[in-house]
Write a protein that binds this ligand. Structure first.
Ligand code: HEC
Length: 235
């Protein structure tokens, strides 16, 4: 009786296990057929489209920022600089050099100021363009490593623009701001943002075989083409 009942029980147990496995297989098959459908829906959202378009406005070009700059705000911001600099015509050097007439002037050439060797090296023979000022003011010690100017930098692009507008008001020779990049910047030289897009787009263009010109990436004024082409590398 021991043997017979045991085998019977085993038989039922095995049958039950097989039944459970069978159900799970069945379930898995069902789920498998569902899963691709869900993924398909998720992928259909052109998620790649959002970031490029969202980033573009954040990176306003310098010309646009300067065109909207506020000299009065810049003067207030310059109070942070006043501990080390003065902005008067003929004003003395202090901890930092006098800052009258900076835009367009040679970097590190204020008479009677002892610049750090690091800053002189950074200056080379260049002048204070707005691009240069913008980069320097954002992070002085990154732009001119080893500079004696202990100032963290102005993180906000609009603050830098305001401050540069102020600098351009404390000078005998104001320097015109760079032209704002126009939205249809196709003809303009300000192609910095656009330049990035075609670069990404060149490789995908080949895979996709869509109407996007695989090689002629330069002339792609049609913004929608870029996100479309950007999708394939992600997949
Ligand atoms: C803690 C002192 C300090 C503060 C604050 C400071 N600077 Fe300076 N700045 C310096 C020193 C020192 C130098 C010279 C850098 C060197 O020799 O390494 C300098 C150099 C400069 C130069 C280069 C001038 C030239 O002759 O080419 C500019 C422009 C400048 N600062 C702008 C600013 C502005 C704008 C602010 C405020 C937003 C500011 N600095 C805040 C100390 C300071």
């Amino acid at each position: 009786m021991f043997g017979y009942k045991s085998y019977t029980i085993f038989g039922w147990v095995i049958a039950a296990v097989l039944a459970v496995l069978g159900l799970r297989w069945g379930a898995e098959i069902l789920f498998h057929t569902e899963t691709p459908a869900k993924l398909g829906l998720a992928i259909e959202l052109p998620e790649d489209t959002a970031p490029p378009e969202a980033e573009a406005p954040a990176e306003l070009d310098l010309g646009t920022l300067l065109a909207a700059a506020d000299v009065t705000k810049g003067e207030k911001l310059a109070k942070q600089c006043a501990a080390c600099h003065n902005f008067d015509n003929g004003g003395a050097n202090a901890i930092g050099p006098n800052l009258w007439g900076i835009p367009g002037s040679a970097i590190a050439r204020r008479a009677g100021f002892a610049y750090s060797p690091a800053f002189r090296e950074y200056a080379a023979d260049r002048v204070w363009s707005y691009e240069e000022l913008n980069t320097f003011l954002a992070a002085p010690s990154k732009t001119a490593p080893g500079t004696a100017m202990s100032f963290a930098g102005l993180k906000k692009p609009t603050d830098r623009a305001d401050l540069m507008a102020y600098l351009n008001s404390v000078t005998a020779a104001p320097v015109a701001f760079p032209a704002p990049a126009l939205p249809p910047a196709a003809a303009e030289g300000e192609v910095a943002p656009d330049a990035a897009a075609p670069a990404e787009e060149t490789a995908p263009g080949a895979d996709e075989g869509v109407a996007v010109p695989a090689t002629g990436g330069e002339e792609v004024p049609a913004a929608p083409a870029t996100p479309g082409a950007g999708t394939p590398p992600g997949q």
